[in-house]
Design a protein around this ligand. Structure first.
Ligand SMILES: Cc1cc2nc3c(=O)[nH]c(=O)nc-3n(C[C@H](O)[C@H](O)[C@H](O)COP(=O)(O)OP(=O)(O)OC[C@H]3O[C@@H](n4cnc5c(N)ncnc54)[C@H](O)[C@@H]3O)c2cc1C
Length: 398
């Protein structure tokens, strides 16, 4: 990586393609140190790649990955044979194993998916069928009395119980992944924002960066043989830079916010509790973190200019949450809901459209050798992260 000094130019000029640089500075660059970028970098590093992860913030996992429900999903909902279904089920298996072996806090609480009205029973059957088709064979059907026995405060006419659903400390997971990357001679460089990308034919990728840290604004350029874009909400922008000279058009990203409320005081639950899913989301569910603290959310708010600011004018949001939660927990006292945090989903479809699969683009989609670009890695992206890592590593053999 060579530094260019204190240039204040806004445009990024690369050396012309005719320069034909043949020896790249780095074998593989991964843009983004969220859980997916780190899992990809770890898989590549363990496959023998010399990997450099570039991250614009001053720490790992500062965006989508630190604002999720931290649930290890079983794989109940996703269309059979989709990447979401396959990578979730495989990722879940890998995640429990990795967490056990690396001392990452996690808890296999199990989850109740509840029907709160008679006309919802049929949907439970459909979901049970999808789960089975996805290879989730441990689902148990519960009657109203079974639900009461497991969770006395939960009201439901019937439920599915998923014993393999759990939660994980996502930050500890990312710290462990970073340790693996460094142990395999890879590195994670913070405070480094990628501002320009080019893919000259027959030459390494050209990557222009600027520092966002103490030397804010300092620019640098480097070249890499392989490139992975794991930049979540910013992936479309970066993919489009490479598409500028080809006909490649990355999928558009449509951010959708989700708010969480924490439950004040002790939670009277032992399992996660989910209502039936709605269009594009899983409903206001109850999750427990690894310490057993309860939180509710996320809601779904499509916004072009999203922010992580928690807003609740006149308590209207809290009232809406309370109303949703009381469908399965009638005993909720609304004052116990405390504002929590906001996460932003990197959706690649518009409100009202059917949810597409994860988009993991290789040469077939964009025509650029040795580039993998990931888009729309929303839930179950955390659960799938280690499987996504293995999948991407297989696309970039040494
Ligand atoms: C509200 C919510 C709840 C969720 N709940 C769950 C759940 O319970 N279970 C589950 O499995 N999944 C869940 N998910 C999905 C999961 O959180 C994501 O799929 C996952 O965190 C995505 O990780 P990522 O690494 O792709 O993205 P990110 O964590 O956003 O990482 C991308 C990184 O790229 C960096 N970056 C972007 N542009 C640049 C640039 N130009 N230069 C350098 N760095 C750059 C960013 O700073 C960021 O750190 C949830 C998501 C949301 C929003």
């Amino acid at each position: 990586m060579f530094h260019e000094g204190e240039s204040k130019e806004n445009s990024v000029n690369f050396p012309s393609a005719s320069r034909h640089v043949t020896t790249p500075d780095v074998e593989t660059v991964v843009i983004g140190a969220g859980v997916v970028g780190l899992a990809v970098a770890r898989a590549l590093a363990e496959q023998g790649h010399e990997v450099l992860v570039l991250e614009r913030h001053d720490g790992i996992g500062r965006e989508t990955s630190s604002r999720s429900s931290e649930v290890i999903h079983a794989g109940l909902y996703y269309p059979p044979n989709s990447l979401k279904a396959k990578l979730c089920v495989e990722g879940r298996r890998r995640l429990y194993e990795f967490a056990r072996e690396n001392g990452v806090p996690h808890a296999r609480y199990g989850k109740l998916l509840v029907a709160t009205a008679e006309d919802e029973r049929e949907r439970l059957d459909v979901i049970a069928g999808t789960a089975l088709a996805n290879g989730v064979s441990d689902i148990v059907r519960l009657s109203k009395a079974d639900v009461r026995a497991r969770e006395p405060e939960v009201s439901a006419v019937a439920a599915l119980f998923s014993p393999s659903t759990g939660v994980i400390d996502s930050h500890a997971l990312m710290v462990a992944l970073e340790g693996h990357i460094r142990g395999a001679l890879g590195s994670v460089v913070l405070n480094t924002e990628v501002e320009g990308l080019a893919a000259p034919e027959g030459a390494p990728f050209e990557i222009a960066t600027h520092s966002t840290g103490a030397q804010a604004g300092e620019r640098a350029k480097l070249t890499a043989r392989n490139l992975v874009i794991a930049a979540s909400l910013n992936a479309t922008r970066l993919g489009a830079m490479l598409g500028a000279s080809s006909r490649y058009q990355p999928p558009e990203t449509y951010p959708a916010r989700g708010h969480y409320y924490a439950l004040d005081g002790q939670a009277p639950f032992r399992h996660l509790v989910y209502p039936l899913p709605g269009d594009g989301w899983l409903g206001i569910h109850l999750t427990l973190d690894v310490a057993g603290r309860a939180r509710f959310g996320p809601d779904l708010e499509w916004q072009q200019q999203p922010s992580t600011h928690f807003d609740d004018e006149n308590g209207a949001r809290r009232a809406r949450f309370a109303c949703e939660i009381r469908r399965y927990w009638p005993g909720l006292e609304e004052e116990r809901l405390l504002p929590g945090y906001v996460g932003i989903r990197p959706k690649i479809y518009r409100q009202g459209e059917p949810a597409p699969d994860f988009a993991i683009h290789g040469i077939r989609e964009h025509g650029i050798p040795r580039l993998v670009a990931l888009y729309g890695i929303e839930s179950p992206g955390l659960t799938s992260s280690l499987a996504i890592g293995a999948y991407v590593a297989a696309m970039l053999p040494r």
